[in-house]
Write a protein that binds this ligand. Structure first.
Ligand code: CP3
Length: 347
């Protein structure tokens, strides 16, 4: 980590250092709830935006221009790394992501490629460089990110979103040798991608393990955690803080910490006070307002935001965020009010 103490609130909080007020950013802060984003999407598909660095940079800046956020997150998605591995990805209107050739057999795993990110994900590395030029003038740090090996594997095997993860867990439970071979490939792809993003200019990295809560603690420990650890070990070489985020992690919060990361991201299914008791007070926590709260009238939303802040109780190392990504149709006025409220809150 940096030898000198950082001055910005978000970077300070990532290191557990005191800040003037609580820093805030929102997962999926660039997206469909913003008119500016929807406008651009009339002309371009999501993968097109991601693959044109100028556009990805523009979208990264949209929420920064609109709100008083303490961090930017590079506009990309967790799924493009699958393309370089040989999977065919499409975002289908009204349906979400689809993988046309999902992993279903030992031969499919054998065929998975692990190209260097500079080859397969260069567009995002370029977008990071462009975004840094703009953000540095405003003294806003930039977050790079990747899906965690387990969550990526779920998409790659299911072929899209899933409720029960029948195929992914089927492979994990029925063909564990194949599973481990596959996860080893994901950990290398994820680790190198994170490292490359930091080297391109990302000042913080976030690992999204969005579906990890579908696992039992025992399965997490044996089948997923070693690969998250491996990815983090590779990314660590960059020396920037790593945020490790998962949802539904109540049954395995201690294991999530053991898997690694400098900051742990939690959802609203746990009180921050309890999360800190379980994780230890010395580790920074990011979270954890229910994204649906943003649809409530402001007075009700305010009560819920205040609850999160009171749970954190002014501890150094609290980064205010939602417990999961912001939803389409979220009222923009509430987003603005929430951000300003967090900054104005006196603890
Ligand atoms: O946070 C940001 O502003 C950066 C951009 C970002 C996107 N996706 C852009 C996006 C980030 C960090 C993600 C992460 C992501 N993508 C996750 C992990 C976080 C989470 O919410 O669990 C996951 C699981 C995905 C996969 C994904 N991408 C799905 C399931 C979908 C379709 C459903 C949906 O939410 O729209 C996407 C599409 C996507 N990724 C959109 C955006 C802005 C909407 C696409 C559109 O414009 O139509």
């Amino acid at each position: 980590m940096a030898d000198q103490e950082p001055t910005g609130r978000f970077l300070r909080a990532c290191q557990g250092l005191p800040t003037d007020v609580t820093p805030i950013w929102l997962m999926r802060q660039a997206g469909r709830y913003m008119a500016e984003y929807r406008k651009l999407r009339e002309s371009y598909g999501i993968l097109e935006i991601i693959k044109k660095p100028e556009l990805a940079c523009e979208v990264t800046l949209q929420p920064i221009n609109a709100f008083d956020l303490d961090a930017a997150i590079i506009f990309a998605d967790i799924l493009p790394p699958l393309e370089g591995m040989g999977l065919s990805l499409e975002f289908v209107k009204g349906e979400g992501p689809v993988i046309h050739n999902p992993i279903r057999s030992a031969a499919d795993v054998e065929a998975l490629k692990t190209p260097p990110p500079e080859e397969s994900l260069d567009f995002t590395l370029e977008a990071i460089k462009l975004a840094r030029l703009e953000l540095d003038q405003r003294e806003i740090p930039l977050i790079g990110f990747s899906g965690a090996p387990f969550t990526l594997a779920c998409y790659a095997i299911e072929g899209g979103s899933s409720k029960n993860f029948r195929y992914a867990k089927g492979l994990m439970m029925g063909e564990s040798a194949v599973w481990h071979q596959m996860m080893a490939k994901f950990s290398v792809v994820v680790g190198r991608y994170l490292l490359a993003q930091a080297r391109a200019g990302a000042q913080v990295l976030q690992l999204f393990d969005s579906w990890v809560g579908a696992l039992s603690p025992a399965d997490y420990r044996q089948m997923a955690m070693p690969y998250t650890q491996q990815a983090i070990a590779i990314a660590r070489q960059a020396g920037v803080p790593i945020i490790h985020f998962g949802t539904n992690t109540n049954g395995m919060l201690e294991l999530i910490r053991e898997a690694g990361g400098d900051v742990i991201g939690v959802d609203w299914r746990i009180d921050l006070e309890v999360a800190w008791r379980r994780l230890g007070t010395n580790i920074p926590i990011q979270g954890n307002l229910d994204p649906v709260a943003l649809f409530a009238p402001w007075p009700d939303l305010k009560v819920r935001a205040q609850y999160v802040l009171d749970q954190a109780n002014g501890r150094p190392g609290h980064i205010f965020n939602l417990g999961h990504g912001i939803l389409p149709q979220t009222p923009v006025d509430n987003v603005r009010r929430l951000i300003d409220f967090v900054h104005e809150y006196r603890r």
